[in-house]
Structure formats: structure tokens, C-alpha cells
Design a protein around this ligand. Sequence first.
Ligand SMILES: Nc1ncnc2c1ncn2[C@@H]1O[C@H](COP(=O)(O)OP(=O)(O)OP(=O)(O)O)[C@@H](O)[C@H]1O
Ligand SMILES: [Mg+2]
Length: 459
Amino acid sequence: MQKAALYECQSCGSRYPKWKGQCEACGEWNTLIETQEIKENKLKNSYNKDTKSQTLADVEHEDILYYKTGITELDNVLGKGLVKGSMVLLGGEPGIGKSTLSLQVCQECAQQGLTVLYISSEESESQIKSRALRLDNEIPENVWVFSQTNMMAIMKECERINPDIILLDSIQVVNHPELTSLEGTVSQVRYCATTLINWVKTYNKSAIMIGHITKDGQIAGPKVLEHLVDTILYLEGDRHFNNRILRCHKNRYGSTDHIGLFEMKEKGLKAIKDPSQAFIETSQDSTPGSVIVPYSQGNRIILLEIQALVIESGYGMAKRNFVGINPNRANLLIAALDKLCHLKLSAHDIFLTVLGGFSITDPSADLAIAVAIISSLKQQVVTNRIGICGEVGLTGEIRPISHVDKRIIELNKCGFKGVIVPKKNIITTSDKSTMNVIQVSYINDVLEHSFKRLSKIHA
Ligand SMILES: Nc1ncnc2c1ncn2[C@@H]1O[C@H](COP(=O)(O)OP(=O)(O)OP(=O)(O)O)[C@@H](O)[C@H]1O
Ligand SMILES: [Mg+2]
């Protein structure tokens, strides 16, 4: 084993023979630290001479096998469940519930007779036990816990117990004694993750490892870590609310569209009973600046409440603050509205928020955001018994969106009386006969006609 000194960027993982102030690859300053890595010369210069390629038709095919975790929301996000021989990376803000969810997975899987090893590098065995007791008074037999940070000791324990499912909490805190760098550095994270992934793939086991996130919301560590794993999940939510959203960022075995909706309760994370209405404050009468959008996410329609506050700027530059809405998209919409509807928005401070800690990624909420801004600016109430959806183009045209029928059906089911949708969408559902469906083609239609129509519906 030969060791060589290297300087490694803690932001992107690029390596240099000499120290530099700025990383040439990612442009970050003061991120290079000295590290030592094992040179795998022997591995590079040798290979198994018997290995040969084969035609795709001759390759033996095995069906993908799943472990149902028993947590339906998680199974849906993963596809059908935890794939045998796969590695899942679970990220999220501090205190959001990553350890809680993983311990629930342990208990549910052990109840099905699977052997589970829960490795915690952050908590002691007794802390894990008290958390497990909070989640469920009955502790299943096959859950093994191991409080350890040394990766070699962890792998030895994996060999000894031979678990079906391994949980590692968290990858940033473990260290491999073969490397001299500190835990959490790029080389440690990459080396420890690769060691565990190799074991999981060799013995066809399943593993979930927890990853911390940086202040930008990315999983801390090198980007290569995200390439190594099969699935990346993010647990999101607002600390001030109990709702938690489980999103899939990458999935080698299924779609990334589905989301899991949980509520943090005393007994851990539980599925939300009525997900379509969990993010709106239905009890409140609607006020200017508040709009409901039927939002499509994976296989579900969720009603979201968008709130806007538009006030005249005192002096200097107008303030903009967006929560749960992509700032680039929001600024684009504001610029389009300003130009097309002559609203003088550049002289106004604009604050936008999506209630319940939900983040919008789909442009189908554009029209609702635009109406919320106009509603707050003009102090015109949009009744909360109407839903608004549609994508707004830069020239003001309202572009068609997906799943319009499903959105109308969901609104109708939740007692809404009307909906504004793009004109270009063809509506086939029979629910359109019981709903007041308004179809719009330009942003000006919303400004000039829809508010009047909305008042009629309200009356
Ligand atoms: N008795 C309880 N009742 C309700 N919620 C609780 C209770 N105890 C803990 N919680 C919730 O669980 C959260 C802690 O969850 P957990 O430790 O799983 O987070 P984490 O994502 O693993 O955090 P970290 O990154 O710090 O390890 C707390 O923020 C709190 O909201
Ligand atoms: Mg934790």
C-alpha cells in the first residue's frame, strides 16, 4: 500500500498535488485540505483474465426483488419497496426526522422477520432504545443496534450478523482507519460509502444511509456519492409545521415523481390522512392575496395555498422574498406581469409563500402565483372555493398543463365550486358539469374577466 499527499477540494472532490487558494473545478475558495489516499496500483495493473463480454441476449435475467418496508408512503416513493441489492441515500435538514424514519423502517422490517442492523454513529445504544420505545412499545427481536464510527468495525459486524437490511446513521460521521483524513471529508465519505455499497452489492442486501445536507440544501460530500447510490431521497418540511414531505431525487428502479406525505406525531412519522387538503387552511375565509392551486405531484393531486403580499416599496430597490417557490421562476412571472398588465410591480415589494412547507417545482402553479400577486395588489378577494392552474408563457399566453381532469375531479371532491384552467386543455371529465370551469388563453383574461367571474361565483 503506497500513500501520497494530495490536496482535495471539500466542495467538489477535485484533487491537486499542490495547495491552491481557489479550486479550479468548482471555483470555491479555501476548500482544499491535505489528504492521503491509498494508491490502488496493484488493482489497476491486474485483471481477471477469464472475464469476457457476452451478448445482451445471453445475459441471465433476474427479476428485481423488493422488501416491503411496511411504511406505504415510503414504499410508493421507492417504487414498490426497498430493492434487494440496492443502496438508498436519505438526506434532510437537522431534526427533520431522518433517524425517526429509519428506525421505523427497522422496526417494521423486523416485524416481518427480516434481520436488521441499525448502525448509529451519532447516538448511543440506550438513546436509540428510548427513541424506539417512543415509536413502539413492543421492540421486535431481529433489530440489532451498533453505536460505532469505525468503518472497519462496522463491516466486521455486518459480516457477523449478516443482516438483510442495514441502516447507517450517518455517512458523514463514520471514518475508515485506512485514511488519515477527518470524518466528513470528501475522501472519507467516498471511501466509507464505497466500502458499504460493495458489501451490499456482493451479498445482495439492502441498505439505507443517512446523509447530512449543506446550507444550500444539497447532500454534504462529493457529487460522486450521489452517483454511487441507487436512490436518493430527501425528507423535507418546515420546522414550524408537522408535515413532512419525502421526495425522490434519483431512482434507478422506478419513477422519481411520487412523494410521501407524513405528519410528525408523538409515535413517529405517520401518513397524512387527507393529503389533498393537508396544505390549505380551509377554515379561514379567503383574504386578498390567497389562491388555491390543484398541484399535481406523481400519482396525487394536492391542493396548495399560495399567499402573496404586495406593498409599495419605501425607497431603494424593491424587496423580493419567496418561500417554497423557485426565485427565478417567480421573478420571471413578476417581470411578465409587470410588462403585460402594466402593474408597476417594480415599485412594489413582493413576498410569496406556499403554506405548509411545500416547495413548488412545476410551472402549472404559475397562474395561481400571478393571480395571488394581482389579488394582493388590487386588494380583490379570490374566493377559496375556486382553484386556479395553468402555465404562464413570457408573452402572457396560458399554456396547457398535465392532468387537468384529475385536478378538476379533486377540487370537486373537496367541495370547490369553480376552476380556472388553460383554454388549450381539453376537458373530458363529467365533473365539468357540476363545476364552473373557466378556460383562459391570456394573462389579461384573468385580470379583466376572471375576477368579475370569481365574484359571481362567490355571490
Ligand atoms: N415525543 C415527541 N413527540 C413528537 N415529536 C417528537 C418527539 N420527540 C422527537 N420528536 C420530533 O422528532 C424530531 C427529531 O427527529 P430525528 O432525530 O429523527 O431527526 P434527524 O433528522 O435524525 O436529525 P439529526 O440530523 O439531528 O440527526 C424532532 O425535531 C421532533 O420534531
Ligand atoms: Mg438523526
